[in-house]
Design a protein around this ligand. Sequence first.
Ligand code: NAI
Ligand code: MG
Length: 328
Amino acid sequence: MSYRIAIIPGDGIGQEVIPATTRAMEALPVDFTFVEVPAGDEHAAETGEPLPQETVDVVMEADATLFGAAGETAADVILPLREAVDSFANVRPATAYPGVDAVQPDTNLVFIRENTEGVYTGLEQDVTGDASTLTRVITDRATRRVAEYAYEYASEGEYRSVTIAHKANVMRKTDGRFLRVAREVAETYPEIETADVLMDALAMHLIMRPTDYEVILTPNLAGDMLSDLAAGLVGGLGLLPSANIGPDRAVFEPVHGSAPDIAGECIANPAASMLSAAMLLDYLDESAAATTLESAVLDVLAEGVRTPDLGGDTTTSEMTTAVIERID
Ligand code: NAI
Ligand code: MG
C-alpha cells in the first residue's frame, strides 16, 4: 500500500529540513506518495493567502501531513491547520540523545499539550484606546479529550507517571476546571501515578530535576512554553519533533519555526523534522520503519555528525546523507 502524505515545507528552513526529511523517508521500505502544497509568508506575499483552501483539501484527503514551519504568518497557517484536523492533542517529546551536549543529559520528557483552546482561541480585543483583553477558554470536553489521550499515551508507553501542569491557585475557574477534569480522568488510570504542579514552579523543577518527570499534561500556552524550555535542556530546537493528533487525522511538525537567522545557509538541523516523520510513521502503524528512521538519526548524532546549532560544521544535506546511509 502507498501512503498519501501531504507535504507543506512552508517558509525559511522549512524549505530545507522538509526536503531532507522526504529524502530520508524515501530510503525506507515504505511506499509514499508525497503531495507538496504551499502555505506561509512566501505564498501569502504572492497570493494574499497564507493557507490556501487547496492545501487544506490535500491535508484532509491525506493519510498524514508533514509540515515544516511558517514565518510571520505562523498563526494563520498552523492554527487553522490544527483546527481542520480537529487536533486536540499536541505531543512534544524532549529527550537528551547520546552524543549531544545537553544541559541535562538524562532528560526524557513528553509534553501532551491541549491544542484547541486556552489563550489560543483568538478571542482578543481592544476595549479602549489604551487597553486590550484576551479571553481564556477551558472546557470539560477539550480537557477530557487531551487528558484521556495523555493517560492512554502513558499507559501504552509504559510510563509510570503523569504530571498535570496548571495555575489553579490564580486562574481558579479556568485552570481549576482543567485540573478537576484531568484528575477525574486520572482516577480511571490507578496504575499511573498522578501529580499536579503549579506551572511556574514546574519551569524551575524541569531545569533542576527533569528526571522527576515523564508525561506532562498541560494547557495550551503552558505546553508551548515549557516544551521550548525543555528544548533548551536537551540541546535546542533543532532536536524537538511534534505531533498534532486529531480523531482521524494528524499533522507532524518540528517544534521550531522558520529560523530566518539561518535560512538559506543549508545548516539547519534536520533532526527535529526527521523525528517528526518517525512519529508520523508510528501514527500510520509502520512502527518498524519509525524505529529505523529514529535510530538512524540518533546513531548519526551519537557518531558526532552535528550541524552548527549542536556545535559542529555538518550541513543539512551532509547530515541527511549520513542518515540515509544508516537506513540502507
Ligand atoms: P525559531 O524556532 O524559528 O528559531 C529559534 C532559534 O533556534 C533560532 O536561533 C534558530 O536559528 C534556531 N533553530 C530553530 N530550528 C533550528 C534548526 N532546525 N536547526 C538549527 N537551528 C534552529 O523561532 P523564532 O526565531 O522565535 O521564530 C522565527 C519565525 O518562525 C517567526 O516568524 C515565528 O512566527 C515562526 N514560528 C513558526 C512556527 C511554526 O510554524 N509552527 C513555530 C515557531 C515560530
Ligand atoms: Mg512554540
